[in-house]
Design a protein around this ligand. Structure first.
Ligand SMILES: Nc1ncnc2c1ncn2[C@@H]1O[C@H](COP(=O)(O)OP(=O)(O)O)[C@@H](O)[C@H]1O
Ligand SMILES: [Mg+2]
Length: 261
């Protein structure tokens, strides 16, 4: 059985949109026909259940880390997308305990025949290095200096762990005082993987418990998420055709001119 391609959504700061990105990314990939599991590994402020309107059966990720709870006992399904979800639960246990549990739990998670596993995480990088077999780190930041500075630190951590990773700038409002994507790319020295706008579709969809990529398919945010999902799926070596990512005009023109396939 092939291992799933696992994506860890991370940031040093809270409130930048990790859960919004993780939920919508996993939903888009699942809706494209890939067997996908979304794990809410945020044991400080678990909120995947709130975003998706799925309720755990009294147990979730913390129990998976702390005890002999099996994955099948904590996995629920999201109706609209078929996405499998391990809802988050809060854990008061010491970090070392959770880190050990995380290693064991992710070994089980990786053996279930999923094509993709997406981990939402707590702010900071506490448990990331104990998630075994991370294929890709998605660092989420807001377009301001403190968030950028902390993202650079996380970028270095993924680099040290030799985990390929990319930056997603979320909640772009186009204000003069914001860090522009070009400035970020210039300072970062690499292209960002995604640029997502501040979009009412996100809080509206949380209020309605249906991910923006389903409830507001053509919103700026959803189009941006489909681009990020297509990039992640392509990085995994699988086809991203079914994602329906918005066409980049330059590559569309090149393709129409027969210069690029
Ligand atoms: N692109 C966006 N546009 C508008 N609001 C957003 C966007 N991304 C996140 N939010 C809002 O920001 C808040 C925090 O988002 P969340 O995804 O829970 O962040 P985190 O998981 O990093 O703490 C939520 O209320 C959400 O509605
Ligand atoms: Mg969150």
């Amino acid at each position: 059985m092939a291992w799933p391609y696992s994506i860890v959504v991370a940031s040093q700061k809270g409130g930048v949109g990790k859960t919004s990105v993780a939920v919508n990314l996993a939903t888009v990939i699942s809706s494209a026909g890939y067997k996908t599991l979304l794990v809410d590994a945020d044991t400080v402020n678990p909120s995947v259940g709130i975003h998706l309107g799925v309720e755990g059966r009294g147990k979730g990720c913390a129990e998976l880390l702390d005890s002999r709870t099996r994955l099948r006992d904590v996995t629920v399904h999201h109706g609209d997308s078929g996405l499998a979800v391990v809802p988050g639960t809060m854990s008061m246990s010491r970090q070392a305990h959770s880190a050990k549990g995380m290693g064991r739990a992710t070994n089980e998670i990786m053996n279930q025949g999923y094509d993709f596993v997406v981990f939402d995480t707590s702010p900071g990088s506490t448990l990331i290095d104990s998630i075994s077999r991370v294929n890709y780190g998605l660092i989420v930041m807001s377009p301001d200096m403190p968030s950028f500075a902390s993202s650079i630190r996380l970028d270095a951590e993924f680099g040290m762990m030799k985990v390929p990773h990319g930056l997603v700038v979320n909640r772009i409002r186009g204000r003069r005082y914001e860090l522009g994507v070009h400035d970020i790319e210039h300072e970062y020295g690499k292209k960002v993987l995604g640029a997502l706008k501040d979009d009412d579709a996100v809080p509206m969809s949380i209020a309605n418990h249906t991910p923006a990529c389903i409830a507001h398919r053509n919103s700026h945010f959803s189009r941006g998420i489909r681009s990020v999902a297509a990039a992640c799926v392509a990085n995994s070596g699988r086809s991203s055709d079914a994602i329906g990512a918005p066409q980049n005009n330059v590559s569309l023109i090149k393709r129409l001119l027969g210069r690029e396939r």
